[in-house]
Write a protein that binds this ligand. Structure first.
Ligand SMILES: [Zn+2]
Length: 314
């Protein structure tokens, strides 16, 4: 759907073309065959860093296993799934190997946020890179059993770690984060984190706690961070956010109060914005240069849907 802002941009890290083929993961013979498939492609990742072959207009982030192995041994490999029958993997590299690649002229070693915001690789690569980055991050922090302390081992194509001592099976985790736009009629509540670019304002957000619904988390975070009480909460959309292993749950919320009390531990500032002002921010035409987050982030889409009148608690 398009509007006066033009066609809707793609939400980053979503709409993966990969079939995860989870039924193949426990089959170690099938995993070996897929790893040796000459068509297999792997994303090479070390912590925050993604490796891509320098190319114009878009850099190539897929490597053969033979090429990836020349960079250094894999810390772990993860089976991401099949793209039209072709196996795709994630390949973890140790920090020293990543540092060595940074000095090469034929390679780009860039963090995923920059890749996504600047469009340094074709958009279809972002979902599998996000998938690989999140699972590899989990592996790097679960080499020892949290239950008994013994060394765990990778099984099921990288989707489980087993403890040989206490027999616990460990699965990759995803951390839910609610991200919400509270609104009252023609105005909405935006905040600024001290980490933001100086002109950027965005939705409030926070981790969902154990024993809490998304709706309760939206109301609690809005009250804690800005002192505003919310009533109704409407789910909008979600987005994998591999920094490091979050899932953003986008919501709109009905603000019931107007007074703002900013939690300075969490936010630099928060205030009400009119729909007209937010519209100029989305269009990059704000007189003071204030902006909303870029289209790669779900906050952009949450804010835009409200400005376009898709959301109403009337
Ligand atoms: Zn154990």
């Amino acid at each position: 759907m398009s509007s006066r802002f033009g066609p809707k941009p793609r939400l980053g890290y979503t709409d993966s073309r990969i079939e995860r083929a989870a039924e193949l993961r426990p089959d170690s013979a099938a995993m070996d065959t897929l790893t040796r498939d000459p068509r297999a492609g792997t994303y090479v990742i070390g912590g925050e860093w993604i490796v891509a072959r320098k190319n114009s207009p878009a850099n190539e982030p897929l490597f053969s296993f033979a090429d990836a192995e020349t960079f250094g041994p894999a810390t772990e490999t993860v089976f991401l799934g099949l793209l039209e029958g072709t196996p795709r993997f994630g390949y973890g590299l140790a920090p020293a190997a990543i540092e060595a690649l940074k000095s090469r002229n034929d390679m780009q070693v860039v963090d995923l946020r920059s890749i996504a915001v600047q469009g340094l690789v074709a958009a279809e690569h972002l979902p599998p890179i996000a998938e690989a980055k999140a699972v590899l991050h989990w592996h790097a922090r679960h080499r020892f059993c949290p239950n008994c302390g013994a060394a765990t081992r990778l099984v099921h194509g990288g989707w489980r770690r087993d403890c040989p001592q206490c027999k616990t099976e460990h699965f990759p985790r995803t951390d839910p984060v609610v991200i919400m736009l509270a609104s009252d009629g023609d105005s909405c509540l935006l905040g600024r984190s001290p980490r933001f670019a100086p002109t950027m304002w965005s939705c409030l957000a926070g981790y969902v706690e154990p024993g809490e619904s998304f709706e309760d988390a939206v109301r609690r975070e809005t009250r804690e961070e800005a002192g505003v009480t919310c009533g109704r909460v409407a789910y909008f959309a979600s987005q994998p956010w591999p920094f490091p292993t979050s899932l953003m749950i986008g919501c709109h919320a009905q603000a019931l109060t107007r007074e703002i009390i900013v939690d300075r531990e969490e936010l630099e500032d928060a205030r009400w914005f009119s729909k007209a002002e937010v519209e100029t921010m989305l269009m990059r035409k704000h007189p003071q240069g204030l902006t909303t987050p870029p289209p790669v982030a779900i906050a952009h889409h949450i804010i835009r849907a409200w400005v376009e009148g898709e959301i109403s608690f009337e």
